[in-house]
Write a protein that binds this ligand. Structure first.
Ligand SMILES: Cc1ncc(COP(=O)(O)O)c(C=O)c1O
Length: 408
């Protein structure tokens, strides 16, 4: 009764790790949830209030999204980008995941996925029957593909259309892409469509985010939303900015939207206007400060001759590689770490790496971000004692992980 294409999709090991975590918790063990990544902060109060005020909004909204919200988003985007967009370039979806899925459904060509990549791009390619071309990246290139690596992949079959997923700051590596210009040049040469997944862009620690759309506006779709910077993953609101040059693509996406989700929840769209119109600079700055302090605490304490790890640059992930030989797969190693230490990590094989590389994704969100943020204004010196005070599970989990590595 079930199509093979769906039957063959494997449940992600995130679920497996969550199941093991749950049963260990039932046995009374303490679990350090470094596997699952979601914002540790609460939605800003003014935005929550707007949701309350708009609970009565009960009408279906236009399939492209509420005009006032699209106006607010275009103003927001235009403050940050050289390339300007209009409200009509924006389409609102129930999270960017759904919009990306519809993009893959309509796209006629092959997909270019850097390894590592976020967990859902590849399954969405499989469901949409788009061939995946993995491009293996290196730590010395910040885990992003070089132009040469992209070109080598394309030259295997120059006659196809290609869609490249570029996600910076990156989930899982926590790195920011530094070679945007060369990627844009090679993309221009081969007419590649780029989906620039900018969902963590506000959480760039140096506050200096650059989008590939600045170099290659004509074929870049920007993807962003409320889930990460606004701590509102469960609200399910994301958007695409689609340039004029891709108008036909935008029109097709609108048709797919109208035949699938119709329109995003009306109260959420009204509340989102406040997220983009009101000033949240302080909230975002504090979020970045806290995430950077916590991420760097783990980085400083884990990096060793047995763990290769890049310094965190944005978002809430680190990607440690363990130079340990006793396991045959990263999934096996993660299960073992979880059982022996209580620290839940995700295996790199979920993100496109081969199973036998002992790479993992570590999410550093297992702390009460709200409490940390409320106390931030009184703090003069940002140092590790803050992590001790406001993120004790991060400290204990890191200690356990370090001890585990040293004994293996
Ligand atoms: C890299 C990346 N892109 C997209 C998403 C999905 O975001 P949304 O909540 O907008 O669907 C996530 C969420 O985990 C993510 O990590």
């Amino acid at each position: 009764m079930i199509k093979n294409i769906v039957k063959n999709l494997k449940p992600s090991s995130t679920l497996r790790i969550n199941e093991i975590s749950r049963s260990l918790e039932l046995e009374g063990k303490k679990i350090y949830k470094f596997g699952f990544g979601q914002s540790p902060f609460q939605v800003p109060k003014d935005v929550v209030n707007e949701l309350k005020n708009n609970a009565y909004q009960n009408k279906y909204l236009s399939m492209q999204g509420l005009n006032e919200l699209r106006e607010a988003i275009s103003e927001y985007e235009n403050k940050k980008k050289i390339q300007k967009c209009k409200a009509d370039n924006i389409i609102i979806g129930p999270g960017t995941k759904e919009l990306m899925f519809l993009l893959q459904i309509l796209f006629d060509g092959e997909v270019l996925l850097p390894a590592p990549s976020w967990v859902s791009y590849a399954p969405q390619s499989l469901i949409s029957r788009n061939k995946i071309n993995w491009i293996l990246t290196k730590s010395e290139n910040n885990w992003f593909p070089t132009a040469e690596e992209i070109e080598k992949t394309i030259l295997k079959n120059k006659n196809k259309n290609y869609l490249l997923f570029l996600n910076s700051p990156n989930n899982p590596s926590g790195q920011v892409c530094k070679n945007l210009k060369e990627i844009s040049e090679i993309s221009k040469k081969y007419n590649i469509l780029i989906l620039s997944d900018e969902i963590y862009s506000e959480l760039t620690f140096d506050g200096n985010y650059k989008s590939i759309s600045e170099f290659y506006p004509e074929k870049t779709i920007i993807s962003n939303g409320l889930s990460k910077w606004c701590g509102a993953g469960g609200w399910r609101l994301g958007y695409f900015v689609i340039p004029e040059t891709l108008k036909k693509l935008k029109d097709s996406l609108k048709i797919l939207a109208s035949e699938t989700f119709s329109s995003v929840s009306a109260p959420i769209q009204y509340a989102a206007i406040a997220a983009y119109k009101n000033n949240h600079k302080e909230y975002i700055k504090n979020s970045c400060t806290i995430l950077s302090v916590v991420g760097n605490y783990i980085y400083d304490n884990l990096k060793s001759n047995k763990i290769i790890i890049n310094k965190p640059e944005g978002g809430f992930y680190l990607m440690p590689e363990f130079l340990i030989e006793k396991f045959s797969t990263s999934e096996e190693m993660c299960s073992s770490i979880l059982k022996e230490t209580g620290v839940a990590l995700l295996p790199g094989s979920d993100f496109g790496f081969s199973k036998n590389r002992m790479i993992t994704r570590l999410s550093f969100t297992d702390f009460d971000g709200n409490e940390f943020m409320e106390n931030l204004s009184e703090i003069k010196n940002l140092d590790n004692s803050l992590v001790d005070k406001f993120a004790p599970k991060i400290v204990e989990g890191t200690k356990r992980l370090k001890a585990w590595v040293e004994s293996n």
